[in-house]
Structures are given as structure tokens and as C-alpha cells.
Design a protein around this ligand. Structure first.
Ligand code: GCU
Ligand code: CA
Length: 723
């Protein structure tokens, strides 16, 4: 209860702070600068001002090689490319002919199907990212948009980003001077090539004003307009000589063009005030684009607004889809046919859980559920980020949404790296956020897996809470005194201090079997870290007292798959201070994979019914008593290391007099049926075994009853090694 109250007061303080922060944006140093005379379309040194219209797109698409794609998908693309090339050469072609040629080219390119299975590329968080030329990626508060077969990433480059990267051991409050809006391109969403600066400080914003004179530039996205053939960039802007707060619309002839002024719209109909709170652009499956935003003052309402059909140069009236507590970082994703509006607390670029409202109709502007916290964002406040934007990849094997989190210098000082991207998959009824520090993604199949250098400890740098607290995110207090203190190792902001013989623990539900190394930096009095595996095995790392920071490490920790608990304790009344904890797999060869048990009562398992414990003999803390109805499923999410046929063991009890049968659905496909015969009593348990094909990495296994009797009671699922 004390913890609850404290939490509320923190949120209250932060929300109040955010209102104050909204003003500093407006009085940042840029606003004070003398207006610069507008220079239209000024080229930048490293990007020649070439014609980036249809000809440019044609020359880009002419580099595609037919053997890399299926013949069926190549044929329409080749046809569209020939037409586009003819239109590009035809000096008398009309605007609409050019637009049609572009649309056909991009549509057929988007439908190109790779002839192979693609490859896994590694995404490493908690680092500063570089582009393919080795230069820093400075891209904040933007979005990734797929035009044709290429992903384009737009965002804002601020001066504070450079300061933080050069010296990430302090805050750089209010260093939000606008530098430019760079655009990067990628085919795999991992390797990003710098293309151009679509807007710079000299970009005109109407009435002779330019972006350099704006008090704030941020939160943007791009819409392709089929009628004009233009790419329209919607940017949140505050500019005193342009009437205050609003949405700036710039447009270009290709995704990487140098964009020009289109319109500045201060008021969106139905929003109580001018401008937007935060905004992103969401592109639906049908290519229609929407501005997702909250209102600027208070941010208590969420809106979805269309871009004007004819040219995308106006934002149509907003449709309110949520109202309640103030939210920002508003962004939308779509997964398995449902729309999810996600947003953060009002922490001004600081860390937050993600709050989701999900659509209850098939209309993006229709009704939405009340808000809930996106599972997986609570332990470390969304991998120590604020909501940035989402990228949905519908691969040949699965759909994965990339959560692109924003961890930035200004107001934050929350660790290394600005862009923290993690996968979101559907696990049962709701989406699940996977807080991984390293992962691998295959853009062709949509599959992902945890990376070899992943740190299994959440909030390892003790930065998630943003402020001094006595109960740190992700770590449960075990008594004594616990607090985060200023002055972490290597100039980081916080460390964790435990004194008065106290301790904290963190439990992770599923780590893969293997050999692990535990590491941390410590100073102060003596303490210890105990790591406990799913089989009860324990290893202890002693921490001797030390006046300065010292690195401590314990290697060769054998862990079976399943839950792991890491406990940090102070040996006596003195305080032990720890920071940068890590639990990383060093080898997965030994011990041999023992198979893994997934309890029905443990997330990410889903039980359409209740978790009961009234019939003895179950393992863990209970079993799933599914509702007696068709559609009341039990679903497990399993993560085998290798693809292949796996032997499953389903432990069940059926105290009824007739058998209950279910379809076995793996990754959405029914692969067989299973019959759960009567076991004589609800407390008599039996195991059914079946063989199913599994991918490496995340898989869903669902038992879907075939009759209204529903399922038997389900205790757990064992996944054996590949056969
Ligand atoms: C009983 C039993 C439940 C079981 C249910 C059923 O209510 O206590 O555990 O799930 O029957 O028939 O499904
Ligand atoms: Ca039941």
C-alpha cells in the first residue's frame, strides 16, 4: 500500500513537471535566434540537390535483380517499372500519370516476394547506433514508413543528441535546437543508409519564415498521396511568426527528396486547442494514412484523423478514440487485424510503461477498449524508454511489431543509446512487449529470436525510475533499506544501494538452458548476489567491500530452462552499491537441452478461464480451468532454440465422464487434434504427448476445444528437444 501511494505521488509530480516542460520547448534557444532569410530548397553539402521525382525512383528500382524474387511477384513489378520508365521519359506526362506510375511501381514493389527465407539481422540496444557509413544516426520522434520494397526512417536531429553522444554522463536539458530531419533507408530494418536531409533549418514554412526560426520541431511522419504522387511529411511545429502551435505539412517528389512547404495547420477540428500533444503517422494496410495525436494542453484525449484525400495537405477533423489521464508519445500499431493505440505517461521523454487502448471494431476511427498496461513494459518501463513509434512487419511466417522506443538525452540521462527497439508479438488475446537488450530479426519471415549477447536482467542500470525511489522498477524489496543513489558506474546516473542487511530480487520467468555469466560493478560494504535456477540450483557471487567501483563476475553458471531469480543482498548494516548487472549466456551446448516446462498459470501463457488450485496434484501454483465453451483456449508461448519437430507433453486432468477434444494450433495453424480422456477424478493427472513442428524462437501453441464441453483442466506443457 505504501508502495502504491508513493507511486501515485511520483506520477503526480511527473505529470505536473510535464506541463512545465511543455513551456521550455517553446522558449528553447532557437526561438531567440534572429530569423534567417528563407532559402528555398537549399542543397546540403553531402547530398547533391538532384531531381528525386519519378526518374529517381525508376533508377532506384532498376537495381532490383529478378532472380531474388518469385516469378509471380516479379511479373507485375517488371510491368510497372517499364510503364514508369516510359512516363518518366515523357515530358508531356500529366501530374496524374506520374502519380499513377509511382503508385503502381510502389505497390508492385511492396508485393515483391523474396525467393529465399531471408536472414536474421542483429539489433543491439543500449548502444549508440550508426548508419551504414559509420556516422551517428540522429533520429528522434519520427517514424519508419515502407514505400515500395524499402523502409524509410525519418526523425529529428537535435543538438542535444550530439552533446549526449559525445559525453553521456550528464543531462542536457532543453538542448532541443533543431538541426535537420534526416531520412535513412533500409531493406531489413536493421542496417540504415543515410539518404538525405529532407528538411533543414532553411526549409521554408510559409510567410517567409523557416524551420530554423521555429521554437519547436518534432514528432513527425510521412504519408504518400496517390492523387498527387507526393510524399507528405507532417511535423509538429511551434513558430511565433506562423501563428503558434500546429502541424506543418511539407512535401517531396520521392521518399528522399528535399521537401518543400505545403501548409501549416494550427487547428485540427475537434481538438480542444491548437497544435497536437504528441503525434505520429499511422499507415493502414490499405495505404490510408492517419495522424494519431493527443490534444496539446493536458493531453487527456486521443485522436485519429485522416489526411485530406486529394493531396494530404490538410488534417481532417479528429475522431476522439480515448479520454482519461494525460498521455503522450501517441502511436498506433495493427496486429492480427486489431488496432492498438499506445501512449506513455507525461514524463517529457522519460521512461514510462505503455498504455494501450485496443480497437473493438474493424475501424481505426471506431471504438476502443479502456486503457491497459502493455504486458512486458512494467518491469523496466518499456526498456527504459518513452513510446516512439511502431513498425508492423507481416512476414511469410509471422507478424511482428517493432516497438521503437525513444530514450533521449534531454531531461533523461537514462543510459546509452537513443533508439531502443524491441519486438511485440501477440500472446493469446493481448500483445506482449519483449524487453530484450539484443535480438535478431528476419524481415522476410517476420521471425525473431533473442540475441546471443542478450542481458536477461531487466533495469540492470537502475535508470528506469528516473528519480530517487525506495523500491526500484523490476526489483522486489526483501527488507532492509533499498534505494537508488546518484552516481552510477562509468558516469551513469544511478546505482542501487542496499543496506541494513536488506536485499532485492528479480525473477525472470523463462531463460533458455545454458551456461551463463553474472557480472556487476560494486562499491561500498560487502554483499552477495545469489542466482537460483528453475531446478533450485544456486550459485553465489560474493562482493567484498571496496571503496571504489570494482567489477565482479561469476562464470560457468549452469541454468536449466525456466525461471531464474537473481538476489542482491547487503551482508551487514553498511550499504553495498551495485550497478550494471548482467546475466548473459556464454554457451548453450552444455548441459544438453533438457526440454522446457511451461506452466499454464504463468505468463505469457493464456488461460481463457480461471487459474484454479482446488484440485491437488498440479505442478507450480495452479492449473488452467478453461471455460466450458468452444473458443476457450489455453495458449503457451514457447521458445525452442532450434527449429524441428518437438515432442510436447500436455499434463491434464479430466474428472468428467467423457473425453474432451481439442485442436492443436501452432503459430495460428491447426496441426492436429488431441483427446483428453477421463482420468477418473479432477485430482488425477495424466500426460498426453504429441509431435508438432516448431520454429526457432517464439512460437504459440494453442489447445482449442472442439466442443462446448471445453478443455480438460490443463497443468503445464513440456516441450522436448527437436526430434
Ligand atoms: C468442475 C471442476 C473444474 C472443471 C469443471 C469442468 O467444476 O471442479 O475444475 O474445470 O468441472 O467440467 O470443466
Ligand atoms: Ca472447466
Amino acid at each position: 500500500m505504501t508502495k502504491q501511494l508513493r507511486k501515485f505521488s511520483i506520477l503526480g509530480a511527473a505529470a505536473a513537471l510535464s506541463v512545465v516542460l511543455a513551456v521550455p520547448f517553446a522558449v528553447s534557444t532557437t526561438a531567440a535566434e534572429a530569423p534567417v532569410t528563407e532559402v528555398r530548397n537549399q542543397g546540403v553539402a553531402d547530398a547533391p540537390d538532384v531531381d528525386r521525382g519519378l526518374e529517381f525512383l525508376v533508377s532506384d528500382y532498376e537495381t532490383r535483380v529478378p532472380t531474388k524474387y518469385t516469378a509471380d511477384s516479379w511479373a507485375p513489378f517488371a510491368k510497372a517499372l517499364t510503364t514508369a520508365s516510359d512516363v518518366a521519359d515523357d515530358t508531356s506526362a500529366t501530374t496524374s500519370e506520374v502519380a499513377d506510375a509511382k503508385t503502381a511501381l510502389m505497390t508492385t514493389a511492396a508485393d515483391l516476394e523474396a525467393a529465399d527465407e531471408g536472414t536474421f539481422q542483429t539489433i543491439t540496444n543500449n548502444t549508440f547506433w550508426n548508419d551504414t557509413s559509420g556516422n551517428p544516426i540522429y533520429s528522434q520522434g519520427g517514424g519508419v514508413f515502407k514505400f515500395g520494397d524499402t523502409y524509410y526512417w525519418y526523425g529529428v536531429h537535435y543538438t542535444g543528441a550530439e552533446s549526449y553522444r559525445a559525453n553521456p554522463t550528464q543531462k542536457y536539458d532543453n538542448q532541443v535546437s533543431f538541426v535537420s530531419i534526416p531520412v535513412y533507408s533500409s531493406k531489413d530494418l536493421v542496417n540504415w543508409k543515410f539518404e538525405n536531409r529532407v528538411a533543414t533549418r532553411s526549409t521554408g514554412v510559409g510567410d517567409g519564415a523557416n524551420l530554423g526560426g521555429a521554437g519547436w520541431v518534432g514528432r513527425l511522419g510521412v504519408s504518400y498521396n496517390e492523387n498527387t504522387g507526393k510524399y507528405v511529411l507532417a511535423v509538429q511545429m511551434w513558430h511565433t511568426s506562423r501563428g503558434g502551435h500546429g502541424v506543418l505539412l511539407l512535401q517531396g517528389d520521392s521518399p528522399t527528396d528535399t521537401f518543400d512547404y505545403g501548409y501549416f495547420q494550427t487547428q485540427i477540428t475537434n481538438s480542444p486547442t491548437t497544435g497536437t500533444g504528441d503525434q505520429t503517422v499511422f499507415t493502414d494496410d490499405d495505404g490510408k494514412d492517419y495522424l494519431i495525436f493527443s490534444n496539446r494542453e493536458g493531453r487527456s484525449r486521443g485522436f485519429v484523423a485522416k489526411f485530406r484525400e486529394s493531396d494530404s495537405l490538410r488534417i481532417e477533423p479528429g475522431v476522439e478514440i480515448r479520454r482519461g489521464d494525460g498521455r503522450e508519445g501517441n502511436a498506433m500499431f495493427k496486429l492480427d487485424g486489431k488496432y492498438y493505440h499506445a501512449a506513455s505517461d507525461l514524463h517529457g521523454w522519460n521512461t514510462s510503461v505503455n498504455y494501450v487502448n485496443e480497437s473493438t471494431s474493424s475501424n481505426v476511427q471506431g471504438s476502443y477498449s479502456s486503457e491497459y498496461v502493455l504486458a512486458g513494459t512494467e518491469m523496466d518501463y518499456s526498456h527504459v524508454t518513452q513510446t516512439g513509434f511502431f513498425v508492423t512487419v507481416n512476414g511469410t511466417k509471422q507478424s511482428t511489431v517493432i516497438y521503437a522506443g525513444d530514450r533521449w538525452a534531454d531531461f533523461a540521462w537514462n543510459g546509452i543509446g537513443y533508439n531502443q527497439w524491441v519486438p511485440i508479438t501477440k500472446s493469446g488475446a493481448r500483445p506482449q512487449f519483449h524487453s530484450v537488450s539484443q535480438w535478431q530479426f528476419n524481415v522476410t519471415t517476420g521471425e525473431w529470436r533473442v540475441g546471443p549477447a542478450n542481458n536477461y536482467i531487466l533495469n540492470p542500470d537502475i535508470q528506469a525510475d528516473r528519480i530517487i525511489v525506495s523500491s526500484v522498477r523490476g526489483w522486489r524489496n526483501l527488507g532492509g533499506s533499498v534505494t537508488n543513489v546518484n552516481g552510477g558506474v562509468n558516469g551513469s546516473r544511478f546505482a542501487l544501494q542496499i543496506s541494513n542487511s536488506g536485499g532485492v530480487e528479480q525473477r525472470r520467468e523463462s531463460v533458455p538452458a545454458g551456461t551463463y555469466a553474472l557480472g556487476l560493478h560494486a562499491r561500498g560494504s560487502a554483499g552477495r548476489v545469489v542466482i537460483t535456477g528453475a531446478n533450485g540450483s544456486q550459485r553465489t557471487l560474493s562482493i567484498p567491500s571496496s571503496s571504489g567501483w570494482a567489477k565482479r563476475e561469476l562464470t560457468g553458471i549452469e541454468l536449466p530452462s525456466g525461471a531464474v531469480t537473481v538476489t542482491v543482498r547487503a551482508s551487514g548494516s553498511g550499504g553495498v552499491v551495485v550497478d550494471q548487472l548482467s546475466l548473459v549466456k556464454t554457451s548453450d551446448d552444455d548441459p544438453p537441452l533438457p526440454g522446457q516446462r511451461y506452466e499454464a498459470e504463468t505468463a505469457p501463457a493464456v488461460c481463457d478461464g480461471t487459474i484454479d488450485s482446488n484440485h491437488s496434484g498440479y505442478s507450480g501454483s495452479g492449473f488452467c480451468n478453461g471455460d466450458n465453451a468452444v473458443g476457450s483456449v489455453v495458449q503457451f508461448t514457447v521458445t525452442p532454440e532450434a527449429a524441428g519437430t518437438a515432442t510436447l507433453g500436455v499434463r491434464f486432468a479430466n474428472g468428467a465422464t467423457s473425453a474432451r477434444s481439442a485442436n492443436v494450433v501452432v503459430n495460428g495453424t491447426t496441426v492436429g487434434t488431441v483427446s483428453f480422456e477421463p482420468t477418473g477424478a479432477w485430482s488425477t493427472w495424466s500426460t498426453k504427448s504429441l509431435n508438432v513442428p516448431l520454429n526457432a524462437g517464439s512460437n504459440t501453441i494453442r489447445l482449442d476445444p472442439t466442443t462446448t464441453a471445453g478443455l480438460a483442466n490443463i497443468d503445464y506443457l513440456d516441450v522436448g528437444p527437436g526430434a
